[in-house]
Write a new protein. Sequence first.
Length: 282
Amino acid sequence: MAHMVHKIGGISGALALGISCALLTPFASGSESSATEKQASAATEKPQQATLHVDPAIPYRSAQSMADALGPMATLMMASRQPRSETIDFTSADSLTVLVNKKNPLTPLSYTPKDLVAPTSLGVPSFGGQLLRKDAAEALAQMYAAAKKAGVFFELRSGYRSASTQATLHPGYANRYGSEHAELLSARAGYSEHQTGLAVDLTDGSELTAAFAKTEAAQWLAANSWKYGFILRYTQGNTGVTGYNFEPWHFRFLGVEESTRYYRSGAKTYEDYLGQPAAPTY
Ligand SMILES: [Zn+2]
């Protein structure tokens, strides 16, 4: 359901509201309902604007061309209504905003980041020589310092995992839990966010189970991680979208600009945020 709601907020919503709404509420960034109200009241006051309504069936490019023809204000509004996937790189393995799930593997499957560093060198306690991409490691160090200041402790249990490590790990889960259950717990090689060097498993020393969500560390991280560029990636109740069970310990680095947008969007999954299909299975 959240998936559908978000889609309404995306380009389909923009087209449904039409260019007239875009012109009449030039800086509206609020909820869909307020935009609809403004459109409704505007339609009463200025019925001639209704002639600018765009048929939802018109492809996006046509709507964009029309927005261009109508002037910069309309273009601005169309841009703010675009799904995020239209304006950021979510397909290149090296992109900080790459989407990795069961429908979107890394290309190539053997991808290895080039700028891996050890977060321990930046003061973050880590479990046995963990590595992360430089931007993620630096942000993690900032988040660690802020948590410490707030009296909260966490350590990096798992960061970058190579394709070969993942290829070894995944069958281990399958042996232990059965292949179907294993798919909800662990990714195949090339399909793991850990292979990007941008994902972290953080814990206060607790086991990585749903019970971790009740700890002070998990709650602090869930509330504050976006300020440092991280999002809680596998949220509760969204297994049908993310393809994974609730993982209160797994955070994904997107960069502060993107995590802030994500936080403000109210999205519960990165798939929904990007307007991309759910990825429950391979
Ligand atoms: Zn993880």
